[in-house]
Design a protein around this ligand. Structure first.
Ligand code: SAH
Ligand code: SF4
Length: 409
């Protein structure tokens, strides 16, 4: 039997065994595309020529009003409400824990069904990061991750399941539910949210657990729902998809979704990137950067963010900084330096403050706008890392780190 692993370049490990998603008997309407919603309406007997109008109605109740029960949909006939209720739900992922930090960061731990009855349910995280004038939601795309980046804790998780569009959109719905961000709602006491009269979630980053480009169809469908102007309406310029470099899907992401792109570069030489981001063995730096140059819609006004995790003595020399600037020449780019966020058992350490400052100064002087805007590079420490474990509290470092990761525009 040929396994997927045998066809991979040497040393490249991709977790082949994806767990299946088993749809519940009564699926949730949350996250369905308009086309799927129209089909769903078809199963309740709504004639084809009425479906578009009904979809629009449902869309409004779901994504503008945020209703959680069919009987709240007062503009929908009682019969149709009952028919929908018999077949569908309006459920979002189950929130099993909420942690609130003094700086307003909120982390929700979400429980998702597993494939097999009786097994431990899956958990993913979703983090809310409010800042002056904006608030970013860091969203997960998979339980675990298909890949095995050596500095990333998620990469060590064995189990992988792709999230469904409903579970991805559901993270935004959960955030808005918990923040009271629907008409007539009020934020929880003491919550830090934007105060300009707009929505409480203004930006989305696909930087939680998982590799979004290994779950492209679901991520696409979900982000198109999130960006839909008649619903949640977060503009595509305020949505950033981060990838470790799944080259064949980069153009597709641009064409089919059209959101902003972030690339987890982390190294400027193939030998080192092979080690840090093993996917590099399949799609080396030059190939990756070519895909970036050709990213649909790229321009000086729509730059690609290059993420670079600062690992002590590994990728943080001034030579690395120089090479980074050379490599990105000609690509409309931003650079996001992320202080490494350590986890138990990792062999890496975060670069020293001085080193990060020198690195950031070099790229700043080379003309790169990045979260490291202040001359002293203070904001840099506001960058950080990856969601570590589902049950741990976010440390101060993680919170600061997430803040920097979220600064993609
Ligand atoms: N899988 C995607 C998106 C999720 S990871 C990707 O790799 O891009 C989001 C970002 O966090 C990536 O840039 C990733 O490299 C970075 N990251 C992962 N673990 C980290 C850690 N321990 N410290 C700092 N950044 C980390
Ligand atoms: Fe997956 Fe991204 Fe972590 Fe790599 S850095 S293991 S691609 S989540």
């Amino acid at each position: 039997m040929t396994t997927l692993l045998e066809t991979q370049p040497r040393g490249f490990v991709e977790k082949a065994a994806l767990e299946r998603y088993v749809a519940p008997a009564k699926p949730s309407l949350v996250g369905m595309s308009r086309a799927v919603l129209a089909e769903a309406l078809g199963t309740t007997g709504v004639p084809e020529k009425q479906r578009k109008m009904r979809v629009q109605q449902l869309w409004n109740w779901l994504y503008v009003r945020g209703v959680t029960r069919f009987d709240q949909m007062t503009s929908v006939s009682k019969d149709l409400r009952a028919a929908l209720d018999a077949r569908f739900t309006l459920e979002r992922p189950e929130v099993v824990a909420e942690q609130v930090s003094a700086d307003g960061t909120r982390k929700w731990l979400l429980r998702l069904p597993g494939e097999h009855a009786g097994e431990r349910p899956h958990e993913v995280e979703c983090v809310y990061i409010p800042e002056a004038g904006r608030a970013t939601l860091c969203v997960s795309s998979q339980v675990g991750c298909t890949l095995t980046c050596s500095f990333c804790h998620t990469g060590t998780q064995r189990l992988v399941r792709n999230l469904t569009p409903g579970e991805i959109v559901g993270q935004v719905m959960v955030a808005r539910d918990r923040l009271g961000d629907w008409p007539g709602g009020t934020p929880p006491q003491g919550a830090i949210v934007p105060t300009d009269g707009g929505r409480f979630v203004t930006n989305i980053v696909m930087m939680g657990m998982g590799e979004p480009l290994y779950n492209l169809d679901a991520v696409r469908d979900a982000l198109l729902v999130v960006a839909d102007g008649d619903g949640i309406g977060i503009s595509k310029r305020r949505i950033t998809l981060s990838t470790s470099g799944v080259v064949p899907n980069i153009a597709r992401a641009g064409d089919e979704i059209g959101v902003m792109l972030a690339i987890s570069l982390h190294a400027v030489r193939d030998d080192l990137r092979d080690e840090l981001v093993p996917l590099n063995r399949k799609y080396p730096i030059a190939t990756l950067l070519d895909a970036c140059r050709n990213y649909p819609g790229i321009s000086n006004a729509r730059r690609i963010t290059f993420e670079y995790v600062m690992l002590k003595g590994v990728n943080d020399s001034l030579d690395d900084a120089k090479k980074l600037v050379q490599l990105l020449k000609g690509i409309p780019a931003k650079i996001n330096l992320i202080p490494f966020n350590p986890w138990p058992g990792t062999r890496y350490e975060c670069s020293d403050w001085d080193t990060i400052e020198k690195f950031s100064e070099y790229i700043f002087n080379a003309g790169y706008s990045s979260p490291v805007r202040t001359p002293r590079g203070r904001d840099i420490l506001a960058a950080c890392g990856q969601l570590k474990s589902a049950s741990e509290k976010l440390s101060a470092r993680e919170r600061m780190a997430l803040r920097a990761m979220a600064m993609t525009d």
